[in-house]
Design a protein around this ligand. Sequence first.
Ligand code: ZN
Length: 203
Amino acid sequence: MKIFCIGRNYTDHAKELNNPVPTEPLLFMKPPTALVVNNKPFFYPDFTQDLHYEGEIVLRVCKNGRSVQPGFAARYYDAVAFGIDFTARDLQDKLKQKGQPWEIAKGFDYSAPVSRWTLLSDLPNPQDIHFQLRKNGAVAQDGHTRDLIFSFDTLIVHISKYFTLQKGDMIFTGTPAGVGPVQIGDVLEGWVEGKLMLTCAVK
Ligand code: ZN
């Protein structure tokens, strides 16, 4: 199982971090040891002083494939979940300055809580999924997948050019504006189409 992640896939978020809006998907990966399921708590790691949440819609890959053509891309995913792409922003800023890879800032243990799955066919509009990250009950991020710079289909085509997609792989599709720090004691919630999907207590 592979966890793909897309950076800067919403214009408003790229701008809030003063990053250029990309002309092709910015791809990175997290190892399987990053995954947290079943609403287990998240333990604040000691190597960062600036841990950020990024609330994202996660796609589930349902079919193996490589070099997928655009007309067939929609056959390769069947469900979505709410995920948090935990990021050690202080480490990431240092690595970015040096032009080095992001792995330790993004792919560390337990950096990827993922909720249960909802079939796309059960959503009111799979082309425009509404999602929110709430921190201690207040809405911190409010996104619509219609605002994605690179659509689900485009991501499938792009990723499968370089990596064989395997059933069970996950794709974090990017975060909208509103990312911010978390503290020990915070409770994060992921909502999709008005339903509570994920609860993550920071300990
Ligand atoms: Zn992200």
